[in-house]
Design a protein around this ligand. Structure first.
Ligand code: OXD
Ligand code: MN
Length: 591
């Protein structure tokens, strides 16, 4: 499909290693895609769902021990260890290639190796980057056809050089002890073996669009971030764009697809989704412009419902691959916890076993829930009812505000604004959140997750912060930087902010601040809204609760500072001095 000698030579080498029976190029045609779906349904890899209720929708189950990203088995393989930094796992590239070659050797014997040419970003745009994923999994092919722009047109548009990102995936034996997700940023290469879970094997997403792209972004002067992008349209038809970084499974998809509260809806306000997970940001005409390099959504299913995110729900009603959700045998559809209050009685759970809803125990979700807590939908952006008209615009959208956020029961107020870009980058660097099911490991533990990029920076974290500081110097009109926390609780652990659509009230304050239309209270941590400036019309919330939501507890912050210092020490020698200056200034302001 290509005359690019670098691509053909690399495919030959990888085929000599993995020894597939045949090699098939993915052309992106409907005919080939239909045939692959057929094959996956015959082998049991996919289950065809009720085509009247869920046209062109399928269900897939991964192995029980292969249901989330595995950060402990994810490596950045730079020649010098210090270039990967202390936060990433590191392996010497020579050692890593040798180790993984043994695992790949003959791993595709008797199987087909699929060659997927794909683009992150609009083909032909300044932002676009190209990759090829080789895989022995039809599930991966069908997901990549949703999540990226893939096929013949991309192969033909790829430059005639070796700048493409070389991705090799083999299911192998799915042995968790030999599972590796390895990145070689100096070689534009990604090797993934012994997994079939999306975040580990859809190589265009986390591996390329964040880890490799963040490395390229530093080299080339742009940013690859774990951010949603949304447009907020006012009744005059003017649209302002916001990008926001929250850790995995903290509601990026919900915020990106938010439905405005009645009060704003009636006035004509609208939200448009440009992206729900990844933003690539470049400086142009003195502003920061963003694209979503993806073509679909790989969203968390549990909790998605008609109230929390009707737009996501409707996006998944056609052309969707569901992974590890429950199978309702009564009507051959899908179900997950939080979809509605009617758990199916004739149901197969995410493990493929008969499921009894009466045994569900919130304290042991993994073993008793119908859907895995990290079960997913892979759905097409173009099917989203609120997809932005700018989604496909190769120029991207200009960003007015950058929002950081985490899941914090205490400490962080509902919203605050940083004093300037440098302070904003500092606010990003000290982000923290309680862990979720998107990554393997303990849940609900507070961990520092700078810019929501802890698992995704393809180089040293200190260098990454320095790159943020540099970027700020290059933008004449930089976006204002904010921090939000939708997850504050009372002493009994109940959320005190309604969240979901009502988060729009906070976005309105953020945009009003960007336009200099509203005041704020200056506190030790930044500018916090005066309670009367958050519009709560139609909300049942007391003034006292609002004051609690906006309060800054100096003692809690002082405790946090000790933890931040430990984290900075762990990041190590390359933490920019500006970050330490900001930390010292914060400490001083707290008194
Ligand atoms: C994701 C994640 O899948 O962050 O987006 O884990
Ligand atoms: Mn994500």
């Amino acid at each position: 499909m290509t005359s690019n000698k670098y691509i053909n030579q690399w495919i030959d080498e990888m085929a000599a290693l993995t020894k597939p029976e045949k090699i098939v190029w993915i052309d992106g045609s409907e005919e080939q895609t239909v045939a692959l779906r057929e094959e996956a349904c015959s082998s049991g890899e996919l289950i065809r769902l009720n085509q009247d209720l869920l046209p062109n929708c399928y269900l897939h189950r991964t192995a029980v021990n292969d249901v989330a990203r595995v950060e402990g088995r994810t490596f950045i393989c730079t020649r010098k260890k210090e270039d990967a930094g202390n936060i990433n796992n590191w392996m010497d590239p020579v050692e890593c290639y040798a180790k993984l070659k043994k695992l790949y050797d003959g791993s595709m014997k008797g199987e087909t190796m699929y060659v997927i040419p794909y683009a992150m970003g609009q083909v032909g745009s300044d932002f676009a980057k190209y990759g090829i994923e080789l895989t022995d999994s039809i599930y991966v092919v069908l997901n990549m056809l949703i999540m990226t722009r893939a096929g013949r047109a991309v192969a033909e548009a790829m430059p005639q050089d070796d700048s493409f990102v070389k991705g090799l995936h083999a299911k192998g034996t799915l042995d968790p002890e030999n599972r590796y997700i390895c990145h070689f940023p100096e070689d534009n290469t990604i090797w993934s073996v012994n997994s079939a879970y999306g975040g580990n094997v859809l190589l265009g997403k986390k591996c390329f669009a964040l880890r490799i792209a963040s490395y390229l972004g530093r080299k080339e002067g742009w940013l690859a971030e774990h951010m949603l992008i949304l447009g907020l349209e006012n009744p005059e038809g003017e649209i302002k764009y916001i990008s926001a970084a929250f850790p995995s499974a903290c509601g990026k998809t919900n915020l990106a697809m938010l439905i405005p509260p009645e009060y704003y809806k009636k006035k004509g306000y609208k939200i448009w989704t440009v992206g729900d997970d990844i933003a690539w940001l470049r400086v142009k005409d003195g502003r920061l412009w963003a694209i979503n390099p993806e073509n679909g959504f790989f969203g968390v299913a549990p909790g998605t419902n008609e109230h929390s995110n009707p737009n996501a729900l409707h996006t998944t009603e056609r052309d969707t691959i569901f992974t590890n959700v429950a199978h309702n045998l009564d009507n051959n559809t899908v179900w997950w916890e939080g979809l509605n209050d009617n758990p199916p009685t004739n149901c197969i759970n995410w493990k493929g076993e008969k499921w009894d809803y009466r045994k569900y125990d919130k304290a042991d979700k993994i073993n008793t829930s119908a859907a895995h807590p990290n079960s997913r939908f892979t759905a097409m952006a173009k099917n989203c009812p609120c997809i932005s008209s700018e989604f496909d615009n190769p120029a991207g959208v200009p960003i007015s505000a950058i929002v950081f956020g985490g899941r914090r029961a205490k400490t962080a107020p509902l919203v605050y604004q940083s004093f300037n870009w440098q302070h904003g980058a500092f606010v990003g660097s000290i982000m923290a959140s309680e862990t979720t099911a998107a990554a393997a490991g303990a849940l609900g533990v507070v961990r520092r997750d700078p810019m929501a990029m802890r698992p995704f920076v393809g180089y040293d974290m200190g260098d990454y912060w320095a790159h943020w500081l540099d970027m700020g110097k290059r933008i004449a009109n930089p976006p204002k930087i904010f921090h939000v926390n939708w997850f504050r609780t009372d002493d009994e652990g109940h959320f005190i902010w309604p969240g979901f659509g009502d988060n729009m009230r906070v976005l309105m304050w953020i945009l009003a601040r960007c336009e200099g239309k509203v005041g704020a209270k200056e506190t030790a941590i930044g500018y916090v809204p005066n309670p009367e400036d958050i519009n709560v019309e139609g909300l049942d919330i007391s003034r006292e609760t609002l004051e609690t939501l906006l309060s800054v507890d100096a003692d809690a912050w002082k405790e946090d500072i000790a933890n931040i210092k430990e984290f900075y020490a762990q990041v190590g020698a390359r933490v920019p001095k500006e970050m330490y200056e900001e930390l010292a200034a914060l400490e001083k302001r707290l008194g």
